[in-house]
Write a protein that binds this ligand. Sequence first.
Ligand SMILES: C[S@@+](CC[C@H](N)C(=O)[O-])C[C@H]1O[C@@H](n2cnc3c(N)ncnc32)[C@H](O)[C@@H]1O
Length: 224
Amino acid sequence: MVDEVVEIDPFVDDPRLPEFFGPAWTAVLGFHELLVDQGVLRGLVGPREVGRLWERHLLNSAAVVSFLPSTGQIVDLGSGAGLPGVVVAAMLPEAEVVLLEPMERRTIWLTEVIERLGLGNAVVRRARAQEALDLQADAVTTRAVASLDKLYGWAMPLVRPGGELVALKGDRAQDEVDSALKQARRNGVVTAEVHGVTTLDGVAPTRVVVARKAGGAGEGDRVR
Ligand SMILES: C[S@@+](CC[C@H](N)C(=O)[O-])C[C@H]1O[C@@H](n2cnc3c(N)ncnc32)[C@H](O)[C@@H]1O
């Protein structure tokens, strides 16, 4: 009789990881350890996710980084366990990353994580997006929070003119973009592009939606 099956993460000792994360490696590895140690216990990740933390969560989070500015303010809307925000803060040390999360229990975790990892460029803000309208970020990231039609209304008011929403999405990303055109226009989105991103060979590709807000130099004022 087997009580518990522990899935071994196939990427846990992958020698490509330190090179992929570069100077962020120590912090990202530390974040992985904290999630393994306390993530399930504190209700932040499901038990089955522990064996998939690298592929489904940490590398997946890293997929947004190439679409983000390296300086300025980035807001991670609905940060939860810190995905993708903590990974973004580790990989973009010159940017200020606001981990925006309404649930107190999760903000306590996020505060502990940034202290333990020494991420001086990250701050935690306890609020729903609709309550954080003073923010005017260069970019807003988000993963697993809501469908794009709802996200546009929550995220775009927090994006400065010419800034962008960078959303991790699944296989239906293009469908979401297509069915949220009205909400895109209403919220000042001028372009919405779906990018397929592969972080490491052997890791399932992910989709990133980049939606740019009107107001940048040389842009029209309607979604394409
Ligand atoms: C399913 S979790 C995803 C967490 C994390 N982004 C991830 O990918 O693991 C959704 C998170 O969004 C937060 N959330 C829900 N509605 C929100 C809102 N209106 N503004 C900001 N955060 C919100 C929830 O509290 C929760 O932590």
